[in-house]
Design a protein around this ligand. Structure first.
Ligand code: CMP
Length: 139
């Protein structure tokens, strides 16, 4: 089934000017970038986006990192896009990420791990709606 998933190229990627390199890995994996926008997240946006982690010890640092510099928010489309992008990203902790994955190639640490991708189709829908209107997604 053709799906859409939500992606963020994080501040460590924009800071190092490697968003194009990451997009090349995304596209080579067969994911189509059907919407994309650069945005500097506000504190409120980052807190809302990561609400599920609010009780975790790293929440404050996560919000601080995600608002420190701009990010690129994206919608990716492919057959089985949610699982496919999670495979392309690699494990959350780059030490555990497989060869050739985005996090193995580019991530600096578990916090500065270069990309976020939705963990389920349901969450993909919720996350996409937080940043994109239907007419801004061109498949
Ligand atoms: P992400 O997929 O954006 O979702 C939550 C983020 O929290 C995760 O990627 C990591 O960058 C960040 N994070 C920081 N510390 C941890 C941790 N100990 N466990 C999981 N995620 C962490």
């Amino acid at each position: 089934m053709t799906e859409r998933t939500f992606s963020i190229l994080k501040p460590d990627a924009t800071r190092r000017n490697i968003t194009g390199k990451i997009n090349a890995v995304i596209e080579e994996a067969g994911l189509r970038i059907v919407a994309q926008r650069r945005v500097h997240l506000t504190d409120a946006q980052a807190k809302k986006f990561y609400e599920v982690h609010a009780e975790r010890p790293f929440y404050g640092e996560l919000v601080a990192q995600m608002t420190a510099e701009p990010v690129v928010v994206q919608v990716l489309e492919a057959e089985g896009a949610v699982a496919k992008y999670r495979e392309v990203m690699g494990a959350t902790n780059p030490d555990n990420a497989a060869e050739g994955t985005i996090r193995k190639l580019f991530a600096l640490s578990i916090g500065e791990n270069s990309v976020h991708g939705s963990d389920s189709l349901e969450n993909a829908g919720i996350e996409i709606a937080q940043f994109f209107k239907d007419e801004d997604i061109v498949g």
